[in-house]
Ligand binder design. Structure first.
Ligand SMILES: NC(=O)c1ccc[n+]([C@@H]2O[C@H](COP(=O)([O-])OP(=O)(O)OC[C@H]3O[C@@H](n4cnc5c(N)ncnc54)[C@H](O)[C@@H]3O)[C@@H](O)[C@H]2O)c1
Length: 340
């Protein structure tokens, strides 16, 4: 079978990671086209992987020489490109979040349902992380009994300068934890509440309104709860830990360190510096699964429906933080296309 010819839209940090993994580590794919308004970044990635440059991302999607598309441009451009890919009948891996509004996310779901089959995979790559995948499989096996609670801890080393609002923490970072909570519980979210811890007034390093910690509670259909927190300024590195607490047992992703060190009266285990290092294996597994599914004309893993639900829950959490109240989530009918 000939290699899948991939076009990459957005050649910033994430687009370059995907383009290099596809071209250097996945024999069944070739990056043939890239598009980015930043001509310098576009050229650097095009030369590194031997791809043609496109000024217009819509032209890249339409070109007959591109079989499938990776969307790694800024968040608010994702939905338009995903709809165009679906309408062209081309599979796409769309980075998270699927959209920045529920309306835009819904437009991708509607386009995909109209096309009659799955073409969109959303970049919630934790689904391809060994620890998260094992937890999800354990829950499905029944070994943990009924899910009582899901807990997740997400730690970033430092806020993006000059600090981030609670809205950005939720829509750009906690959105991964929202997807994990749905995946690990197998339940939809019915209502949410949340709070944020701001930096001290007058902190020199951040803007007013920047927060250092967001904590959320998701009440799930069936009575279980998900407790999520994101710390955006750990000062020590990056961590993600997920835990499923069940009626018959509890399981948690382990924080394995290749080496523990004993020195100066302390035992030290290395933590990842940041997410590219922590999830490097997951990105490769994600892309490998995507290429296999896209080569067969479809998609696998996190769907446009998952992307839409994550947008709905994130929007409700933003509202919950700003109002200081619990926010109900209206029930939505899941199209048959998205049964797992
Ligand atoms: N899954 C993950 O773990 C993960 C991690 C980081 C970022 N992301 C997501 O990946 C996406 C890209 O993030 P990044 O960190 O690489 O950002 P980035 O700023 O480094 O790169 C974005 C690139 O898109 C280009 N761009 C802007 N408008 C465009 C357009 N209309 N068409 C094509 N390209 C355009 C920019 O010039 C830039 O080169 C974001 O949506 C982000 O949320 C996902």
């Amino acid at each position: 079978m000939s290699a899948l010819r991939v076009g990459v839209i957005g050649t910033g940090m994430m687009g370059e990671v995907h383009a290099r993994l596809l071209s250097e580590r996945i024999g069944s794919a070739r990056v043939v086209a890239v598009s980015d308004p930043d001509a310098g970044r576009r050229r650097a990635v095009a030369e590194a992987v031997g791809a043609d440059e496109f000024d217009d991302p819509m032209g890249l999607i339409a070109t007959p020489g591109v079989d499938a598309v990776v969307i790694a441009s800024p968040d608010d451009s994702h939905a338009g490109f995903a709809v165009a890919a679906v309408q062209a009948g081309k599979p796409c891996l769309c980075e998270k979040p699927l959209a920045t509004t529920v309306t835009d996310a819904r437009s991708v779901v509607d386009a995909e349902v109209a096309s009659g089959g799955r073409l969109v995979q959303v970049g919630f790559m934790r689904e391809f992380d060994e620890g998260h995948a094992s937890l999800a499989a354990l829950r499905l096996s029944g070994a943990l009994g009924e899910v009582v609670a899901v807990r997740s801890t997400h730690v970033n080393p430092a806020p993006w300068a000059p600090g981030v609002s609670a809205e950005r923490v939720i829509t750009q970072s906690m959105i991964h934890d929202i997807h994990s909570a749905r995946l690990l519980s197998g339940a939809e979210v019915e209502s949410v509440s949340a709070s944020a811890v701001p930096f001290a007034a007058g902190s020199p390093e951040v803007d007013a309104g920047a927060v250092r910690f967001v904590s959320a509670r998701l009440d799930l259909a069936g009575g279980a709860v998900a407790l999520l927190d994101v710390n955006v300024s750990s000062a020590y590195g990056y961590r993600v830990v997920a835990e499923v607490i069940g009626s018959e047992g509890t399981a948690r992703t382990s924080e394995g360190s290749a080496v523990d060190m004993w020195s100066s009266g302390a035992r030290v285990a290395k933590v990842s510096a940041n997410w590219p290092e922590h999830f490097s294996a997951a990105y490769l597994t994600e892309l490998t699964a995507w290429v296999a599914a896209a080569s067969a004309g479809g998609a696998t893993g996190p769907s446009a429906w998952d992307g839409l639900m994550a947008n709905v829950v994130a929007g409700a959490l933003v509202e919950a933080v700003s109002r200081g109240e619990r926010v109900e989530i209206p029930r939505a009918e899941r199209p048959a296309l998205y049964e797992r």
